[in-house]
Design a protein around this ligand. Structure first.
Ligand SMILES: [Zn+2]
Length: 504
């Protein structure tokens, strides 16, 4: 079946027909254009398909998703899994009207791909990404840094999203999933077509009939739906207070009209609305239930939704809590499992109002995470965990427990080192320019700061009074020759040594 699909694409492209497989236009919001082979078959057989389906097609349809997040060759630049989860939550809100629900494939919710070629791609890189990584029987969703200059596209039986057009409050995922389930743009045929909208529209564009303002030809023109009004706007547009385009267009009979801004499949801004029309919903549901090639009945593997997490569930934090001290650059956070939860989003914050976020990670099928990246020493920090599952991807409503812990340097060789974190910059420093010694202290104290040269001769000495928190001591190099010096901070608790290089 898949081979047939690709060969049809090749055939269509060779014939020069406006198609799905054609390279989409580079500077559009959505990189998808034209009519899919399935939709072309569907629109010509709509009545027969409706007769076969009969009345009462109201069951929920469940579509499994695996999210594949790309990074660079060295594994940098991943889109946060937590935000991918929020994107699917948002997509489910948009698809509720169609009684279609997306869930993450149990056991295989997310994969990470390290390839700069895929992460920031042109069309050949996108085709390679999809063909190399497509998994059968689910909606393949790729999140990359740059999908050929677009916000997203639906192509080769996958959807590819950009990091910047994902997340909650964004309509792009629902838009591309709509394409995936066969829907064209309401302005199909106009993609990339340069036009002065004050003029009457042509009867057709490259043989594709233009939809009239009175919808009289809607089943043979435009997007072939009657309940999506005529729309020619092929760029992102703002709407008026009626959720219609501010731009007035003119149909081939010079009848003036405005586009409907509520349509997810149009190019209006996200805040104009989020509607699939009844005819669009019927087409998507028929596509999902169709066993013919390019139908997606293989997605329908379950007929009932999986278990959700209790709305009032709270993640119980196990360790560290109650201001317990941990090694600042290597510690593990533990929590208790929540019934039905498989995904946990862990966050560490600097302040008790949960800002700024110093660390976050979403983990799967585990109830601990080890943090080894740079977290400040000698600080009181705050953390929380939120629970999700493959079937329950929306933000938990309940208030979550916040844990408190302290960071220490247990490997320090004396008490002063464990109480004070010293950072010297710039280093090396040019002679005559001041260096700055940043001392982060967890108590008020006095200490002697001395500078000695390579032969052990003392060059400077001063007393510094440290307060709780950050202290900056300016080190003058006016009287220092180029060379290597030792800074020593000392009191009854112990000694901290720093090396300073002074250059010409
Ligand atoms: Zn589109």
């Amino acid at each position: 079946m898949r081979l047939k699909f690709y060969s049809l694409i090749v055939m269509l492209s060779l014939n020069g027909v406006a198609a799905f497989g054609q390279t989409p236009n580079n500077y559009e919001w959505c990189g998808t254009k034209g009519i899919t082979p399935w939709f072309d078959y569907y629109r010509q057989n709509r009545e027969a398909i409706a007769a076969e389906r009969g009345e009462g097609d109201t069951a929920w349809l469940y579509v499994p998703v695996t999210v594949q997040i790309t990074g660079t060759d060295s594994g940098a630049g991943y889109y946060p899994l937590e935000q991918a989860i929020q994107s699917i939550c948002q997509m489910n809100e948009h698809f509720e009207q169609a009684r279609i629900k997306y869930y993450l494939m149990p056991g295989d919710p997310v994969r990470y791909l390290n390839s700069s070629y895929w992460h920031d791609h042109e069309w050949d890189g996108g085709a390679d990404l999809i063909e190399s990584n497509r998994i059968p029987n689910r909606l393949n969703t790729f999140i990359v840094a740059d999908p050929a200059g677009n916000c997203g596209y639906s192509w080769y039986d996958a959807i590819v999203m950009s990091k910047s057009c994902s997340g909650y409050g964004n309509r792009t995922w629902a838009h591309e999933a709509g394409h995936h389930l066969s829907l064209p743009h309401p302005f199909v045929g106009w993609e990339g077509f340069d036009w002065d909208y004050s003029q009457p529209a042509p009867e057709d564009i490259d043989g594709h009939l233009v939809e009239k303002a009175d919808s009289s030809n809607s089943y043979i023109a435009g997007d072939y739906f009657r309940d999506t009004r005529a729309d020619y706007l092929n760029y992102r547009w703002n709407c008026n207070s009626n959720s219609e385009s501010t731009v007035v267009q003119h149909d081939p009979n010079d009848v003036a009209f405005r586009s409907d801004g509520t349509l997810i499949m149009g190019y209006s801004y996200d805040e104009c609305g989020a509607v699939f029309t009844p005819e669009q919903i019927t087409a998507m549901r028929d596509n999902l239930q169709d066993t013919n090639p390019w139908g997606h009945s293989e997605y329908l593997q379950v007929t009932e939704a999986g278990a959700e997490i209790d709305d009032d569930a709270v993640v119980q934090l196990a360790m560290p809590i109650d201001s317990q001290a941990v090694q600042f650059n290597d510690f593990t956070l533990h929590w208790e499992p929540v019934p039905n939860a498989t995904l946990y989003a862990v966050e560490v914050f600097l302040f008790s109002n949960l800002t700024p976020r110093l660390f976050y990670q979403t983990v799967y099928n585990t109830t601990s995470v080890t943090v080894t990246k740079s977290i400040p020493n000698n600080r009181t920090l705050y953390w929380r965990v939120r629970a999700y599952s493959e079937w329950d991807l929306c933000q938990p409503a309940g208030v979550q427990q916040v844990g408190v812990f302290k960071t220490k340097n247990f490997s320090a060789t004396n008490d002063l080192e464990s109480a004070v974190l010293a950072e010297l910059s710039p280093n090396p420093v040019a002679a005559g320019m001041p260096a700055k010694l940043l001392l982060t202290s967890d108590e008020n104290m006095e200490a002697a700061l001395t500078i000695t040269d390579a032969s052990g001769r003392q060059c400077q000495r001063q007393t510094v009074n440290l307060s709780f928190g950050e202290n900056i001591v300016e080190i003058s190099t006016e009287s220092l020759q180029a060379g290597l010096y030792t800074l020593s901070l000392q009191n009854e608790k112990g000694t901290i040594l720093k090396r300073l290089a002074v250059t010409q």
